[in-house]
Write a new protein. Structure first.
Length: 110
């Protein structure tokens, strides 16, 4: 992860959103919270993401130090993704987002 100037952000929420606010980033992190997944498994769980968008989001999460990508030298290539220790610190945030989303969806059903 590159050194980021804290002065870049207007507030702590801005810093958090800049890391997880991509189109599918929070969803990717959510699916990796309990397990390591291969690219194809992530794509199955985030089916609306195009290959290009998914690859871009994964690269950004890796660049920002939130996930590790492991490439195994086999044919065909095998690539796995897992949360880093820093990425795991986001699990409570993701849990809160999930709880809020469940409440919101429940209110729509009423």
């Amino acid at each position: 992860m590159g050194r980021i100037d804290p002065g870049t952000f207007s507030c702590p929420v801005d810093a958090t959103i800049s890391l997880i606010g991509g189109k599918y980033k929070a969803v990717i992190l959510w699916h990796l919270r309990d397990e390591t997944l291969r690219y194809s498994e992530i794509h199955r769980r985030v089916p609306r993401a195009t290959d290009k968008m998914l690859a871009q989001q994964l690269r950004e999460l890796e660049r920002d130090g939130l996930l590790n990508r492991t490439v195994y030298p086999v044919v065909p290539p095998k690539t796995e993704y897992a949360l880093t220790p820093l990425g795991k610190t986001l699990i409570p945030v993701l849990d809160s987002l999930c709880d809020w989303g469940n409440d919101y969806l429940g209110s729509l059903a009423d």
